[in-house]
Ligand binder design. Structure first.
Ligand SMILES: Cc1ncc(COP(=O)(O)O)c(C=O)c1O
Length: 433
C-alpha cells in the first residue's frame, strides 16, 4: 500500500493557482499523483514511489522517458540554435526528408506543435481543395480539442447516435457539419456519403481507435474507406497522432497497405518532445501558403523549433538503427499472452485487445468492433483494477477504456513483474467480486 502525502499537498497547492490543479482536463484523476522524476520505463512520484509506466503520457514515449540519445541530440541542437522565425533550418529539412522517406502518403510535410493543430490544418485544407464543408468522423475517435472534431468522443452511452458536442462554447455550424459514423461499418459510411453527396470534404479516422483502448479495423474496412473517399471526391485523412511511428516507422498506413490523402502525426514522432506534422500528396500540400501562391493559411511562431525537430530526428534515427519495433512488439505479445493465460486460469471474463506495443484488457466477453460495443466492458471493475495496480507500482491511467503503451526501455523483467502484479490484483478482486 503506497502513501502519497506530498502528492496530495502539491495537488492542493496547484488548485489554488489553476482550475482543478491540472493543465489538461483528463489528467484530473484519482489518486492525484504528482510525478517528479522519469527515467526509461519508470516514473517516480513526489513521495519517492516508483512505478513502471504504461501511461507513457498518452503515447509519446516509444523509446522511454528521458532517452539519453534523444536528450543528447536536443541538448546538442540547443547548444547552437533555437528558433529564428524566418526561412528554414537544417533540422527542419533533415526531418522533412526522413518523414517523406518513411511515411507512404507523405510526399510533402509541414510541422506544427500539437496533434490538434495538425488535424485542424488537414481539415481546412480538405475544405479548400474540395469546396465542400462537411466532415465525417467516427463515434469514439478523438482528433483534438477544436470545434471541427470535438463531438461524439467518449460519449455517455445514452448519447451515442445523438448530437453530442464535447464542450460548451462550440460553434453550431462546426458541430453540425461534422457527421458521425460507426467504426467498422462500411455500409453506414457509404449511406452517409450517399445522403450528403458532393458535400463531404474529408473523412478523418484513427486507423486504430486507440482513444478508446484498441479497436482493430476489420479486414477491408480501411481499404473500403479509401475507395469511398475516392468514389465520392472526399479526402481521406488518417489521424496517426497515436499510431504513427509507434506501430511502424511508416505509420499504420504502411502496415495496412492503405494510403490516405493526408496524414496527421505527433506523439511518438519525437518521444515526448512537442512537435506534430501534417503530410500528404504534394498537389494538396502546395495549397498551403508556405508555398508562394498557396491560399490555405499555415503559420505558428514555434513551428519547426530546434527542440522538437532535433528530438524527432533522433527518435526516427533510433527506429532506423535499432530494433525498436521488434522489441516493443515482442514485449506486447508477451504481455497479451501472459494476461490471457492469467485470465483463463482465474476464470475471469475478459478480452485482451491490442496491437504491437499497445494493449488493454476489456472486462467483457467478446472483441469490440465499435464504440457502442464498449458498453459491455465492466467499467467499475476496469477502473478499480487499474487503481489497485497503482498501489503495486504499475501505472496505467485509472480511467475507463484507456490503452497502455510499452516502450523500448521496458524489459522482459518489467513485463513479467507487471504480469505478477496483475495476477495478484485480479485474484484478489475475483475473490471479493
Ligand atoms: C488520434 C489523436 N489525434 C489528435 C490528438 C490531439 O493531439 P494533441 O493533444 O497533441 O493536440 C490526439 C491526442 O490525444 C490523438 O490521440
Amino acid at each position: 500500500m503506497k502513501n502519497y502525502p506530498e502528492s496530495l499537498r502539491l495537488y492542493e497547492e496547484a488548485k489554488l493557482y489553476s482550475p482543478g490543479g491540472v493543465h489538461t482536463s483528463i489528467r484530473n484523476v484519482e489518486p492525484h499523483l504528482i510525478f517528479t522524476r522519469a527515467e526509461g520505463a519508470y516514473v517516480y512520484d513526489a513521495d519517492g514511489n516508483r512505478y513502471i509506466d504504461y501511461q507513457a503520457a498518452f503515447g509519446p514515449f516509444i523509446l522511454g522517458h528521458n532517452h539519453p540519445y534523444v536528450n543528447g541530440k536536443v541538448i546538442e541542437a540547443l547548444g547552437r540554435t533555437d528558433l529564428f522565425g524566418v526561412g528554414t533550418t537544417d533540422l527542419e529539412i533533415e526531418l522533412a526528408k526522413k518523414i517523406t522517406k518513411h511515411v507512404p502518403s507523405a510526399e510533402q510535410v509541414l510541422f506544427c506543435n500539437s496533434g490538434s493543430e495538425a488535424t485542424y490544418h488537414a481539415i481546412r485544407l480538405s475544405r479548400a481543395i474540395t469546396g465542400a464543408k462537411k466532415l465525417i468522423k467516427f463515434q469514439g475517435c478523438y482528433h483534438g480539442w477544436h470545434d471541427y472534431v470535438a463531438r461524439n468522443m467518449l460519449s455517455a452511452w445514452d448519447k451515442i447516435g445523438t448530437r453530442d458536442p464535447g464542450s460548451a462554447g462550440m460553434m453550431d455550424e462546426a458541430i453540425d457539419n461534422t457527421l458521425i459514423c460507426t467504426f467498422n461499418d462500411l455500409e453506414n459510411v457509404e449511406e452517409t456519403f450517399r445522403q450528403n453527396k458532393g458535400e463531404i470534404a474529408a473523412l478523418i479516422v484513427e486507423p486504430i481507435p486507440h482513444n478508446v483502448g484498441c479497436i482493430l479495423p476489420q479486414p477491408g474496412f480501411l481499404a473500403g474507406l479509401r475507395q469511398l473517399c475516392t468514389d465520392y471526391g472526399a479526402l481521406l485523412i488518417f489521424d496517426e497522432v497515436i499510431t504513427g511511428f509507434r506501430h511502424d516507422i511508416g505509420g499504420f498506413q504502411k502496415v495496412a497497405g492503405v494510403t490516405p490523402d493526408l496524414t496527421t502525426m505527433g506523439k511518438a514522432m519525437a518521444n515526448g518532445f512537442p512537435i506534430a506534422a501534417v503530410a500528404g500528396k504534394k498537389r494538396y500540400m502546395q495549397r498551403f501558403n508556405t508555398q508562394p501562391g498557396g491560399d490555405v493559411w499555415f503559420a505558428g511562431t514555434y513551428n519547426g523549433h530546434a527542440v522538437g525537430t532535433a528530438a524527432s530526428i533522433a527518435t526516427i534515427e533510433m527506429m532506423e538503427n535499432e530494433p525498436v519495433h521488434e522489441h516493443v512488439f515482442r514485449l506486447g505479445d508477451r504481455m497479451r499472452g501472459g494476461l490471457r493465460e492469467i485470465l483463463d486460469r482465474l476464470g475471469i471474463e475478459a478480452y485482451v485487445a491490442g496491437f504491437g506495443s499497445v494493449w488493454t484488457t476489456y472486462f467483457m466477453g467478446f472483441e469490440p468492433k465499435h464504440y457502442a460495443d464498449l458498453q459491455h466492458n465492466d467499467a467499475e471493475f476496469y477502473v478499480a483494477y487499474r487503481k489497485k495496480l497503482i498501489e503495486r507500482g504499475i501505472f496505467k491511467m485509472p480511467m475507463n477504456i484507456k490503452r497502455n503503451s510499452i516502450g523500448y526501455s521496458h524489459t522482459e523483467q518489467d513485463i513479467d513483474d507487471t504480469l505478477e502484479a496483475m495476477e495478484a490484483v485480479l485474484k484478489d478482486m475475483k475473490n471479493k467480486h
